[in-house]
Design a protein around this ligand. Sequence first.
Ligand code: BEZ
Length: 252
Amino acid sequence: MNIKWDAAKYTSDFSFVHQYGNSVIDLIDADKNSTVLDLGCGNGALSKNLYDAGYIVKGIDASKELLDIARKDYPDIEFIQADATNFSLQEPVDIVFSNAVFHWIDKERQRDMLKCVYNVLKENGQFVFEFGGYGNNQLIHKALAEVFSEHKYTYIMPFYFPTISEYSTLLENAGFKVVYAILFDRPTELKGENGLKDWINMFVKTPFDAIENKDERETIIDKAVDKLKGVLYRGDIWYADYVRIRMKAIRI
Ligand code: BEZ
């Protein structure tokens, strides 16, 4: 999950990522001064909201570019650069929180990540998170796969979007008790006339590694966007077909 982010554009044009994350914070049921790890904290916007809610917060992220912004904007919060599948903390925490991160972790590495979460949580600690669930951005990935195929390339899906039952099993095998789970559609408004093209450029990186020619990459994106205009462009606004999986589990 070592992506080089355009941190400034991520923060200015994709702020919905952390704005939607605020309602995930509501799943936490703990006293002020409880300790929270924000796993995959990115630019720290939700770490700050957790901090403002009265929690003692640490953020972890793999991206130096995003952590530079987080450290500059929120100097009172401790941010640590680490991989979500290979991290530890000196002191265990009461809560691990995460928003819009786990779909970036390969299915095969989820167990490593859950083991790290288990190890940093206190007994009965809360694990509260949301990410892309089964069917997330299905129309977008289908259109890209079709155009890749027309250009004689194979589209390798770069994300992990599990069902509730699949993820519950992973959690239970890792030593958690699932106490809440929901999968829901969340059509998400994108910014500007080029909203979908910008979204693809920002988030869909690795499938394009196989295509050396920059113009061909651009043509593929344009063709996919064109295919999607009839379904995802409504009233002059682009909407991405997001589906969220939101869960709460207790470390037993
Ligand atoms: C998501 O938050 O579901 C997501 C964002 C970017 C790429 C893939 C999924």
